[in-house]
Ligand binder design. Structure first.
Ligand SMILES: Cc1ncc(COP(=O)(O)O)c(C=O)c1O
Length: 495
């Protein structure tokens, strides 16, 4: 009997929707970059021996890695087909084998792709207390003093910095690394540069990790560096990283069937960035300025300037201005609502949003026409919201919205990871105050875990989740997606 089938809705949706949409988000693909012709027909496997192998590396891959290392200012480069998520896992696995009882000191705004391998490889992950801009709900880099005090206190083997932050803020990386080298010559500096694959190609953008002298970094080239979604690079300098262990980790964790289309798109991104990156990035910065100017003229919307950030937060030394952050609260709307209206009504997709802001990421393909359409849509949204005389009670409440930054760690990540069965308990969220979290809870966007296993579910954090889950188009990655309940460590009351 013939089986009943449904058409591929995903294929149809992508074909029908995406090309009609203005995209202020990743991937930052440029259609003028070298491209594989006819991707389906060109899909091939590692059986083509004449290509060599990406995981050895050999053949053409050895050559393209060497060219990439030179282009991005590194001694060595590997290509990843599982984004920075895969690259972070490979690096953390290698480091856990290089250094027994590995201790990593990190900023608190780590991506979840750091936390999971630390659990799996029994790495002691310690956090600096985060800095936060409550008015705009943005993570701010830690100050140099906080970093040095943290190193002195915890004596880590690795310092992990998320630079740039999701919002494009960078600390003075050169200064941090030079101080670390002077005082702690053994300490490995590892930079999660997922958001910085383009930095190395413009002097109007922050300093890249490799240029600043970091030992190793990951980049999501697909985010802002011009390659296809899912592709990324690992770059490192000779000295503190064990090459054999890193390559062994790469071989162990990389798929044995990598997409050559993704790998080729990384090589093509490297080529274009070397040839025309500076010009392209200048164009993107011009687009960003025009968009900022237009939106700033709309009553109710305010672009968060680099000047504001630097003035209020001294740790912000440099900023990637290809990200335009807009505070929308004065228009009587939340960032979630504006993002929702933009996509649904105007087919405009911003990169990220929170209660108070939305962020437009300038991709390579952005045009001045996109700028005009977006300013016009934003003006209509502000006008309609004013006309509707929206009840500002909720907005007022949201204005007092605070993200908790005191997040006490009660149990080491390693200890919680080992707990099983009745050592764990699922409890209603509103009864979880004072308990130790036994799961990671990650609000999307931005994908930064707000609670990590072993941390206390304080009153502030529980209230934060209760409030946040009322927001439209809000999504929390947790065991119970409705967040009615949370997983906690059994029978240990802290209050
Ligand atoms: C700081 C940071 N690191 C790593 C990642 C993971 O990157 P990818 O999506 O390339 O796997 C992200 C994703 O947003 C990120 O923001």
């Amino acid at each position: 009997m013939k089986q009943k089938y449904e058409k591929s809705h995903l294929t149809y949706k992508i074909n029908n929707l995406v090309h009609k949409t203005i995209r202020w988000c990743t991937p930052s693909i440029d259609l003028t970059f070298a491209q594989i012709k006819d991707q389906y027909a060109s899909d091939i496997s590692v059986s083509f021996e004449s290509f060599g192998y990406p995981s050895e590396p050999s053949g053409i891959f050895k050559k393209v890695y060497e060219q990439a290392a030179e282009a991005y200012g590194a001694d060595h480069t590997l290509f990843s087909v599982n984004g920075s998520t895969g690259s972070n896992a490979m690096i953390l696995r290698a480091l856990s084998k290089q250094i027994p009882r590995l201790k990593i000191l990190a900023e608190r705004n780590v991506h979840k792709s750091i936390v999971t391998p630390c659990e799996d490889y029994r790495i002691n992950l310690i956090f600096l207390e985060p800095n936060f801009d409550q008015d705009n709900q943005l993570f701010i880099p830690n100050t140099e003093e906080q970093i040095y005090e943290g190193i002195k206190k915890y004596k880590p083997n690795v310092l992990l910095l998320t630079n740039p932050t999701y919002d494009g803020m960078c600390l003075d990386l050169k200064s941090v690394i030079s101080t670390v080298r002077k005082n702690y010559p053994e300490l490995i500096v590892y930079v999660d540069e997922a958001w910085g694959a383009h930095l190395h190609f413009s002097d109007k953008l922050p300093t890249s990790a490799m240029e600043a002298g970091a030992d190793i970094c990951v980049q999501s080239t697909h985010k802002q560096g011009g390659s296809l979604q899912q592709s990324g690079m690992i770059h490192w300098h000779d000295g503190r990283i064990n090459n054999d262990l890193l390559l062994e980790s790469y071989r162990s964790l990389a798929t044995t069937s990598p997409s050559y289309a993704l790998l080729a798109s990384l090589d093509a991104a490297r080529e274009t960035m070397q040839k025309r990156g500076k010009k392209k990035l200048n164009h993107m910065l011009t687009i960003a300025r025009r968009l900022s100017r237009g939106i700033n003229h709309i009553d109710g919307f305010e672009v968060i300037s680099t000047k504001y950030l630097k003035k209020n937060f001294p740790s912000v030394y440099e900023r990637d201005e290809t990200k335009v952050i807009v505070n929308v609260i004065k228009a009587g709307l939340t960032g979630y609502e504006v993002a929702h209206i933009l996509e649904k009504k105007y087919k405009i997709v911003p990169e990220i949003y929170n209660i108070k802001t939305i962020t437009f990421l300038i991709p390579f393909r952005a045009t001045f026409g996109d700028v005009q359409s977006t300013i016009s849509a934003m003006a209509k949204i502000a006008k309609k919201s004013k006309k509707m005389n929206i009840d500002t009670n909720t907005i007022e409440a949201n204005l007092n919205f605070k993200t908790p930054t005191k997040i006490p760690r009660i149990l080491e990540l390693n200890k919680v990871t080992k707990l099983l069965g009745d050592q764990l308990e699922q409890v209603p969220l509103n009864e979880a105050v004072g308990r130790i979290a036994a799961e990671d809870i990650t609000p999307y966007p931005p994908g930064i875990p707000m609670t990590i296993k072993g941390e206390e579910l304080t009153k502030e954090i529980v209230e934060y989740y209760l409030k946040l889950k009322e927001s439209p188009n809000f999504h929390i990655a947790a065991r119970d997606k409705s967040m009615e309940t949370v997983l906690v460590v059994s029978k240990i009351k802290l209050v």
